[in-house]
Ligand binder design. Structure first.
Ligand SMILES: Cc1cc2nc3c(=O)[nH]c(=O)nc-3n(C[C@H](O)[C@H](O)[C@H](O)COP(=O)(O)OP(=O)(O)OC[C@H]3O[C@@H](n4cnc5c(N)ncnc54)[C@H](O)[C@@H]3O)c2cc1C
Length: 240
């Protein structure tokens, strides 16, 4: 028996949020993560709430502030001149190209993959998350919290220069650890992937302080800590 019992396509945010207040109703954005998950899910009956009719696919620029609607596709970021270079570069490294045309920025943020380069790029660009009927929050707070609510947009600061340094099993593999840096008027910002349950911001002057990375067959906690130190130094140097 299929576990997905119904499909909803709300046309306004209140209706969508009302659906999503029910734990059995799951947001469907690009579907690259949630559809395979629902197909494997046999112990819980779920209903899909498709977000595509909510008008969340726009980009708005106001000075250095760029607001990305939650339904903007990763593929759309790559060719847009308004997107900072580091964000474009990170988006290009996520997922196979066919799936990037489906996957959305809101889905990526809500999914909170620990190895997401795009999330690390958004962190160094001081991303804030707009959630329907809730106060705006920083991406760092959102990732470390319970990630409830309907994400409607992500606001980033487009200024500054960015750089990325990473180590993977091959250049095409998702990096085991990556360091992304960006220069700002208040000094450098740094974010790391592969060292915690989600991408995190790190102190540029002491990147490995308080790190407690997980270990797996690709790298022990000690190896990941070592990579974090080396790659942070490289990213911070290349940014200048
Ligand atoms: C082959 C493959 C490779 C992958 N590689 C990567 C990778 O390199 N990096 C990476 O980060 N991820 C990866 N993923 C995981 C996932 O595909 C991505 O995180 C993707 O960007 C999710 O976006 P989506 O729009 O498809 O989200 P969906 O699959 O539609 O949703 C993902 C989750 O977010 C929730 N959600 C979606 N939109 C919203 C919203 N606006 N508000 C609140 N909740 C919402 C959904 O309910 C679901 O829980 C991979 C998946 C596959 C199948």
């Amino acid at each position: 028996m299929p576990s997905v019992l119904a499909y909803h396509r709300p046309t306004n945010l209140d209706e969508a949020a009302e659906h999503l207040s029910n734990a059995h109703h799951w947001a469907l954005a690009g579907g690259t993560a949630v559809v395979p998950h629902a197909r494997k899910q046999r112990s819980m009956d779920v209903e899909m709430v498709d977000l595509q009719a909510l008008g969340l696919g726009t980009l708005e620029i106001d000075g250095d502030q760029l607001t990305l609607g939650a339904m903007v596709r990763l593929g759309d970021l790559e060719g847009d001149d308004r997107i900072p270079h580091l964000v474009k570069k990170a988006a290009r490294r996520e997922l196979p190209s066919a799936l990037r045309n489906q996957a959305t920025i809101g889905g990526t943020v809500a999914q909170a993959d620990p190895e997401s380069l795009l999330l690390a790029a958004l962190l160094v660009h001081e991303a804030r998350v707009q959630i329907h009927s809730q106060p705006e929050t920083t991406l760092g707070e959102y990732l470390s919290g319970d990630r409830r609510g309907l994400v409607v947009g992500i606001v980033i600061d487009t200024s500054g220069r960015g750089s990325m340094a990473s180590t993977g099993r091959t250049p095409a593999d998702t990096p085991i650890v990556a360091a992304l840096a960006r220069s700002t008027n208040d000094g450098p910002r740094l974010a790391l992937t592969g060292v915690a349950a989600t991408p995190i911001e790190a102190n540029p002057t002491a990147p490995t302080n308080d790190l407690d990375p997980p270990g797996d067959f690709r790298g022990s906690p000690a190896y990941r800590t070592h990579l974090a130190a080396v790659l942070s130094a490289r990213a911070l140097t290349e940014m200048d």
